[in-house]
Write a protein that binds this ligand. Structure first.
Ligand SMILES: *Cc1c(COP(=O)(O)O)cnc(C)c1O
Length: 559
C-alpha cells in the first residue's frame, strides 16, 4: 500500500471521474499535469518534534535522505538507491556543511544561510543536482528493463528549457554527462550576464547543447512552449522540463530549512521558533519553507522579499493576484482613446534578474493548500474528497480568470490564512544597492566586509525591515537566505561598491571563475529567421547523433 504522502495529484483536478493519483516518477518526468495544474503530495507528512529532533546531528545528505524518504515510496526508489542519488547530488558542493549558516548580527539575531556552494554558485544547484541524478536514474532503469535486448530502441529524455541566467547553468551542471538524457538550453543572444554565458557554454559534454537565440527571453520561453505543444517534436522526443514547478526541485529545497534550524540550535540550545526571509521570484524556494512548516518545523513566519516585480507583495496587501499593478476594475492607463490597448505592462528589469517575473508559478500550490483548508473548515460535514474537488475547482477558475482578465481575487478568509503564515517586503533597485553597500561597510549589520549578491541583498534588506518592525516583541532569530554568490552578479556589486575604499572585486572572485572567459566554448546560434523550425532541426539532429554514439558504446560493451 502506497502511503498518502507518496501519492501525488494535480492542483486542478475537480472532476471526480478524472481524479487520479500519480507516482513520484510520473510527477518528476511530466513536470506539469495535463490539466495545466501543478502536482502536490496528497498529504504533507507531519513529522513532529520527536522525530525531527532526532535528525539534528545528521549531515546534510543524511538529512535530505530522511526528508525525501517521506515523499517517495520505497517501491519506486529503494533506500539504498535514494541514499546513493542524494549522496552523489551533494558531493559536488564545496562546503563541508553544504549550506552553512553565517551570523551577520548577533544582537539582532540575524543569520545568513549560504545556499550557493554548489557547482554554479547559486541556490538552484541544491535542487538541480538532485533532479539531474533522478532523471538519469529513471532512464537507466527503464533501459535496463528494456525488452528486446541491447538493440531495442532505448528510452531517451530530451530536456529543454529557456533561461535568463541561473536556471540554465544550474540545469546544465545537473545534467552534464548523464546517460540517456540530452539537454537544450536557450538563452537570448547577448542578454545574459557574461559569467552566466561563460558558465553555460564552456560545458563541453556531448549531451549539453546551448542555443544562443536571436530575440528576448520571452521569445525563448515561447519556443519552449511551442516545442512542448508540437506534435512533430513529441512524436520523436520524450520531452521533459526542469523549470521551477518540478516537484522534485521543491522537495530538495525543504532540506535546508531543517538544516538551518539545526545549525541554529547548536548555538542556541533553547531555540524555539525561527523566521525565514526569502528573496522570491517564482515562489519555489519559499514554498519549500511552507512545506517544512507543515511538516512541523517551528517556523514563526516566512517572509517574502520581492524586487520591483512585486505581484506577491501586492497580493498580500490586497488579496488580488494581478499581473498589472492597477486593479482590473479601474480603467487601464494603457487604453488609448481609440480603444487600442497598449502592451501589457511587462517585467521590469532589475539588479536581481533571477527574480524578474510577472507571475510566480509555484504560488498555485500554496493557494491549493489554503483553499483546501478553507473548504474543510467551512464544510466540515462533507467528504474529504468533495473538499478536494471544490478546492481544485476554485484553483481552476482563478487561473482561468488570470489568463482571461490578468487577475483574480481570493476570499478574505484565504487571504487571512496567507497573512498568518507569510509577511512580505518589496525592495527597490536603489534599496538593493544600498543594502549591498551598508552591509559591506558594517553600517547595517555587525559583520563588516561581507559582499552580498543583489538577490541575497534583497533578502537582507527585508530582514532588517522585519526586525525593525518587530522590535517590541520577543523576536525569533531571523535566517535570511543567500541565493547566489556575489561574483555571479558583478555589475550590480561593482555599482554598489565602486567607491568603497579598499574594495577589489577580484577578492570575491572564486578560483572557478578565473580564466573562465578564455575556455573553449560550445554554442549554437539561432537567428530569428530560423526560429522554431531551426531549433527543432537542431534538437532532432543532435539527439540523433548522441543516440548513435550511445548505441556504438553499448554495442561494444556488450560484445
Ligand atoms: C531563482 C533565483 C531566485 C528566486 O527563486 P524562486 O524559487 O524562483 O523564488 C532568487 N535568487 C537567485 C539567485 C535565483 O537564481
Amino acid at each position: 500500500m502506497v502511503a498518502n504522502n507518496s501519492k501525488y495529484s494535480s492542483t486542478r483536478y475537480h472532476d471526480s471521474s478524472l481524479r487520479e493519483f500519480f507516482s513520484f516518477e510520473d510527477v518528476v518526468l511530466k513536470g506539469l499535469a495535463s490539466d495545466g495544474g501543478l502536482f502536490h503530495p496528497h498529504e504533507v507528512p507531519n513529522v513532529g518534534s520527536d522525530k525531527y529532533l532526532g535528525w539534528k546531528d545528521l549531515s546534510f545528505p543524511e538529512l535530505a535522505y530522511n526528508v525525501m524518504r517521506l515523499y517517495i515510496d520505497n517501491h519506486e526508489i529503494s533506500d539504498a538507491e535514494l541514499k546513493d542519488i542524494v549522496n552523489r547530488s551533494y558531493s559536488t558542493f564545496r562546503h563541508p556543511d553544504t549550506v552553512p549558516l553565517v551570523p551577520l548580527d548577533e544582537d539582532k539575531s540575524l543569520y545568513l544561510l549560504e545556499l550557493f556552494h554548489g557547482p554554479t554558485f547559486a541556490f538552484k544547484d541544491v535542487a538541480l543536482q538532485f533532479l539531474g541524478n533522478l532523471f538519469e536514474f529513471f532512464l537507466v532503469r527503464k533501459n535496463k528493463n528494456l525488452e528486446g535486448g541491447p538493440n531495442a530502441t532505448r528510452h531517451h529524455l530530451t530536456v529543454i528549457g529557456a533561461t535568463s541566467g541561473d536556471t540554465g547553468s544550474a540545469a546544465i551542471y545537473g545534467l552534464r554527462g548523464k546517460k540517456d538524457v540530452s539537454i537544450f538550453i536557450m538563452f537570448p543572444d547577448g542578454k545574459v550576464s557574461p559569467v552566466q554565458e561563460a558558465q553555460m557554454t564552456t560545458v563541453l559534454d556531448p549531451n549539453v547543447h546551448c542555443l544562443s537565440v536571436q530575440g528576448t527571453f520571452d521569445d525563448c520561453q515561447d519556443y519552449v512552449k511551442a516545442l512542448f505543444a508540437d506534435p512533430e517534436t513529441n512524436k520523436i522526443h520524450h520531452l521533459a522540463a526542469v523549470n521551477s514547478i518540478n516537484w522534485a526541485r521543491i522537495l530538495a529545497q525543504i532540506t535546508y530549512y531543517f538544516s538551518a534550524y539545526f545549525q541554529l540550535l547548536k548555538t542556541k540550545p533553547d531555540l524555539e521558533k525561527v523566521k525565514f526571509v526569502v528573496p522570491t521570484g517564482n515562489f519555489g524556494d519559499i514554498l519549500a519553507g511552507y512545506y517544512a512548516q507543515r511538516m512541523g518545523l517551528p517556523i514563526e513566519k516566512l517572509v517574502i522579499a520581492t524586487n520591483e516585480n512585486d505581484i506577491l507583495h501586492r497580493f498580500w496587501r490586497t488579496g488580488s493576484y494581478s499581473k498589472s499593478p492597477k486593479p482590473a476594475s479601474e480603467p487601464h492607463e494603457g487604453i488609448k482613446e481609440d480603444g487600442a490597448q497598449a502592451h501589457e505592462a511587462g517585467v521590469k528589469e532589475t539588479y536581481s534578474p533571477a527574480m524578474d517575473i510577472l507571475v510566480s508559478s509555484n504560488f498555485e500550490r500554496l493557494l491549493w493548500h489554503l483553499s483546501l483548508e478553507h473548504e474543510l473548515e467551512t464544510n466540515p460535514e462533507v467528504k474529504y474528497e468533495s473538499s478536494v474537488r471544490a478546492a481544485g475547482q476554485k484553483i481552476d477558475s482563478w487561473f482561468q480568470d488570470l489568463k482571461r482578465t490578468g487577475s483574480f481575487t481570493v476570499q478574505p478568509e484565504i487571504l487571512n490564512k496567507a497573512r498568518s503564515i507569510f509577511a512580505t517586503h518589496r525592495v527597490s533597485n536603489a534599496e538593493t544597492l544600498d543594502a549591498i553597500r551598508d552591509c559591506y561597510r558594517g553600517d547595517a549589520i555587525a559583520k563588516k566586509g561581507y559582499v552580498l549578491d543583489p538577490h541575497s541583498a534583497i533578502g537582507v534588506a527585508a530582514s532588517l525591515r522585519e526586525i525593525e518592525q518587530q522590535k517590541t516583541t520577543a523576536a525569533a532569530p531571523t535566517v535570511s537566505l543567500a541565493t547566489a554568490h556575489a561574483a555571479k552578479f558583478a555589475g550590480a556589486v561593482e555599482l554598489a561598491l565602486q567607491n568603497e575604499k579598499g574594495f577589489d572585486f577580484n577578492t570575491v572572485l572564486p578560483e572557478q571563475f578565473v580564466g573562465l572567459n578564455d575556455k573553449e566554448r560550445k554554442v549554437l546560434k539561432v537567428s530569428s529567421d530560423e526560429g522554431l523550425f531551426g531549433i527543432r532541426n537542431i534538437i532532432t539532429r543532435e539527439v540523433e547523433k548522441e543516440k548513435i554514439a550511445a548505441h556504438a558504446l553499448n554495442g561494444s560493451s556488450s560484445s
